[in-house]
Design a protein around this ligand. Structure first.
Ligand code: TMP
Length: 213
């Protein structure tokens, strides 16, 4: 049924997502396919309003379960109104974060039991999973140096180093559990090499999916 290509980009704060995303936006061109760039939390007007609540510094006391449910509320809007229709049209969807972030941040970082996330997945995601997930990893100290040098931009930037260690471990566990979909890429190297590596993974996936069309 699905004929598009769904790619998500993940990694903790300071892992280098923004730089990689910029080079994808500059370099990726696929004949006869529209490319949709989107993000989570957010991606639709309602989901962007949920994002504002989630990331606001003044909401630093938000309960973990509230945070999780708002991530999934945003995701539901995003999937139903942007991602699914785009994939049905055959577009390429590139999302700056998707469900793996919930397992890393709310699961591993905030200790919400995975069965709760799996239940939400059944309701919200159904089968709408990425074909490819690029997860950037770098030593947490390096990531935090990058975050501090650009200044705390949202509520998540204020989290402790131990939170980000747990979050990155959460991503690494997800990658171990689903190595075919999730590609861990070392983003401590020079940005050109990292972007080249990411572009190869993306081109390979688009080629593989195009053959099946
Ligand atoms: P961003 O800084 O990458 O735009 O994402 C905003 C924050 O939202 C980021 O710190 C990670 C967090 N987040 C979660 O905690 N759970 C999720 O499911 C998603 C999609 C993002």
């Amino acid at each position: 049924m699905k004929s598009g290509v769904f790619i998500s980009l993940e990694g903790i704060e300071g892992a280098g997502k923004t730089t990689v995303l910029k080079s994808i936006q500059t370099e990726l061109q696929v004949p006869d396919r529209q490319i949709i760039y989107t993000r989570e939390p957010g991606g639709t007007p309602i989901a962007e309003r949920i994002r504002t609540l989630l990331t606001a510094h003044e909401n630093k006391n938000m309960l973990p379960m509230t945070e999780l449910l708002m991530m999934y509320a945003s995701r539901n809007e995003h999937i139903q109104t942007i991602i699914k229709p785009a994939l049905e049209r055959g577009d390429i969807v590139i999302s700056d974060r998707f469900v793996d972030a919930s397992y890393a941040y709310q699961g591993a970082g905030r200790h919400i039991p995975e069965p709760i996330l799996e239940t939400l997945d059944q309701w919200v995601i159904e089968s709408c999973m990425p074909d490819l997930t690029i997860c950037l990893t770098a030593p947490v100290e390096l990531c935090l140096e990058r975050v501090y040098s650009r200044g705390n931009q949202d509520r998540f930037d204020e989290e402790s180093a131990s939170f980000f260690v747990a979050t990155q471990l959460g991503y690494q566990q997800r990658a171990k559990d689903d190595p075919t979909r999730i590609r861990l890429i070392d983003s401590s190297k020079n940005p050109e090499a990292v972007s080249a590596n990411v572009m190869t993974c993306i081109h390979d996936m688009i080629k593989a999916k195009s053959k099946k069309r």
